[in-house]
Design a protein around this ligand. Sequence first.
Ligand code: RFL
Ligand code: PHB
Length: 404
Amino acid sequence: MNQSAPVPARTQVAIIGAGPAGLLLGHLLHRKGVDTVVLENRDRAYVERRQRAGILEQGTVDVLRATGAAAGMDARGLRHDGIELRFEGESHRIDFPALTGRSVMVYAQTEVVKDLIALRLAADAPLAFEAEALDISGIEGESPQITYKHCGVEHTLTAEYVVACDGFHGVGRRVMPEAGKRTFERVYPFSWLGVLADVAPSCDELIYAHSPEGFALHSMRSPKVSRLYLQVPPDTDLAEWSDDRIWNSLARRFAIDGDWKLETGPITEKGITPMRSFVTEPMRHGQLFLAGDAAHIVPPTGAKGLNLAAADVTLLAAALVRRYTSGDTSDLDTYSTRALRRIWRAEHFSYAMTSMLHTSPTDDAFDHRLQISQLRHLTESKSAATSLAENYTGLPLPTLTLLT
Ligand code: RFL
Ligand code: PHB
């Protein structure tokens, strides 16, 4: 089944984008009786296969569990209680529960997306694939409209609220008026080359490695599939990175004094991810709201993008439920301010992790000494390690009572 119930011409909340933000928002609102329509530009297979995040912080896990969307995660997700930091040939563990009482879940974004699509289709709630939002109008009035193209035909969807969960290149941010809008950006002078490989992970927990050749990350998708990343220059041509070159480079970056070995296997997918920090403020104009990557991007070193998207829509769903149950719009009015507080914390954490672990072409010996000093501090100071663990496992979300 590739399509849900027919898309009506009117709804209460129109959602653009069926990534994690749009799908989770649709799920949370549908459960509480708010009418929604989700429009997604791509086809279902593409959305379900797009390789991205792998780590769910505790708050994201809690929302999925509290709202009946955790069956897949609880069956196949892997709870992780720490990460490993490697530098100067040494390995150090950060123990999350000991420091914060919290942990994270390794469960791929592709799986979260598949689970939420299956729930939405089973509930017969409107979700249209290959439906591209072209424009949003009337956001300053009470009946904003989305013009979208579905199967080559243009349609109009009228709503009470529009939520743009349409990622960094979507239409939502574009239609926000320039006056009053501010954007903040940092582009990093390196990218990540990410691979998916059919080989059992060489570690029990994720490894974040600082090395003279640059950063490397060992993650995983299942007990039989590894996900690995290595820092490369921003203009990298994938064709220049043979499987052998990737494995050899990863092995050198993860090397420690001792007998640890990186297991290798067939690489099934390769991709390059540019590294960027970006925030747009505010996240609302009139009846249009932004959520997830549509409003902000973090470099993936802190594993925060998907989790911020989930946190945004959890706040927004609770505010919309309050509006539809009691007519009270005050939580909608403060959504942008409240969401941005968490977003800037994650921006800072992601920036700090990225700066501490990557080698920049402009770095000199002074920068290198600072990075090593910071890494050593994390392994020697309980308060420094606790701060990392708090940020990595994520700030607690506000109460979920309105959504359960
Ligand atoms: P998405 O996932 O980009 O979804 C947006 C959806 O909107 C659709 N769309 C439109 N639909 C209709 N009409 C239009 N005009 C449209 N324009 C766009 C798109 O087709 C798409 O389906 O945004 P969302 O939902 O906000 O979710 C954000 C996350 O996807 C993203 O932040 C994370 O993947 C970031 N990220 C990570 N986040 C984590 O929390 N933990 C991680 O471990 C993590 N690792 C990563 C990552 C991102 C990576 N890449 C590839 C950028 C690792 C990588 C390598
Ligand atoms: C992933 O598994 O894709 C992943 C994990 C941790 C990160 C980034 C990506 O920081």
